[in-house]
Design a protein. Structure first.
Length: 129
């Protein structure tokens, strides 16, 4: 925490992922992803926490069209954000985002709910106090 009278200025990279939680299998996968995020605290990459939306009831709903589908697939979505103290565009950040995406795919596949695609988006944020 910054002391009074001193400006806090941090450039971080916010990583956001939309994780489907439509059933018990996907809830188990989601909880494994959260366990992975808990371990990031000790990695020396400035992850000191994360945020996610309500799981039940889902606050967010997503729709996507599989190839050749006439109707969209509906997903109940948990939005998860993680702030890394890594420069946007750095090779380490790219590696960490790939690792997160692989972890998400692995746990959803492991719990019988493989995902056609996993969106993980990173953008620069500036935090000032």
């Amino acid at each position: 925490m910054a002391s009074r009278g001193k400006d806090l200025h941090e450039v971080r990279t916010r990583v956001t992922c939309n994780l489907p939680v439509n059933n018990a299998r996907e809830e188990k996968a989601f909880l494994k992803v959260i366990a992975f995020l808990n371990d990031l605290r000790t990695e020396g990459i400035g992850v000191t926490g994360y945020t996610f939306s309500e799981m039940r009831p889902a606050v967010f709903h997503g729709y996507w069209w599989p190839a050749d589908a006439d109707e969209p697939v509906h997903d109940q979505i948990v939005v998860c954000t993680i702030d890394y103290l890594l420069a946007s565009g750095s090779s380490e950040l790219s590696s960490r985002v790939r690792e997160l995406k692989k972890t998400i795919r692995k746990w959803y596949r492991h719990h019988g709910s493989p995902q056609d695609e996993v969106w993980v988006v990173a953008h620069t944020i500036l935090r000032q106090d």
